[in-house]
Ligand binder design. Sequence first.
Ligand SMILES: NC(=O)c1ccc[n+]([C@@H]2O[C@H](COP(=O)([O-])OP(=O)(O)OC[C@H]3O[C@@H](n4cnc5c(N)ncnc54)[C@H](OP(=O)(O)O)[C@@H]3O)[C@@H](O)[C@H]2O)c1
Length: 240
Amino acid sequence: MLQNKRVVVLGGSRGIGFAVAQGAVREGAHVIIASSQEANVASAVGRLPEGAATGAVVDVRSVESVSAFFAEVGAFDHLVFTAGEPLPFGKPVTEIDLATARGFFELRYWGAFAAVKAARPQMRDGGSVVLTSGTSARRPPAGFAFAASICGAIESLTRALALEFAPLRVNVVIPGMVATDLWSGVPSDARAQIFRTMAAKLPVGRIGEPDDIAEAYLSLMRNAYVTGQSVIVDGGAVLI
Ligand SMILES: NC(=O)c1ccc[n+]([C@@H]2O[C@H](COP(=O)([O-])OP(=O)(O)OC[C@H]3O[C@@H](n4cnc5c(N)ncnc54)[C@H](OP(=O)(O)O)[C@@H]3O)[C@@H](O)[C@H]2O)c1
């Protein structure tokens, strides 16, 4: 059902977003991959079949960059927002600097907000928006207060937009722990230990791969009867 659809993936050059781009291309969509680093965009487009994708350099922290991109992109069907950055977890509210905490809303929350605002006039009937949250909105460990707040705000934005943007559909995916470059700032030994510990606790016995999560975005784009929903793909993490 994504045959001949135009799909914009903001944050599509790596990780979950790139897996969504690959899946959409497999289903016959044309994908526009956008992210902030030109080399990442070029590499992502180059890894997809020739002619199936185009790329654009967009910094979602910049309203000007986002507006200029959507002014140029032309009519399209689906917007996927997976742009993200690592959040410093385990920071109690009493210890985190307020400006730093505020700053982390810029990319994931205000970036998504700016994107949907600029994208809406370009979106065709029958299309959809799929945003990205995280399990800390549902099950925040101590020290995750501001990360949980960002994720919770995105879920609320999704439900509000499902009414405001109707008949366009708006949904959000909530990934659990996924092996992507998002974790590259953690030294490899410590990262492997974190992944092993989490895998041992999860009912499914492993952490997620980008394709596991991409499946939910693809389904939400295809299924014309789902809107305003948060889909958790976490291997059972919110249950443990
Ligand atoms: N991986 C996990 O365990 C996990 C768990 C829960 C939620 N999530 C969320 O899922 C989303 C995707 O995560 P991921 O694991 O796929 O991360 P990733 O592999 O690090 O990919 C992040 C993507 O965002 C792009 N990006 C970063 N800053 C940007 C900016 N200012 N403007 C535009 N694009 C930007 C990156 O490309 P450039 O560097 O070229 O800009 C890249 O394409 C994020 O919101 C993340 O927080 C991930």
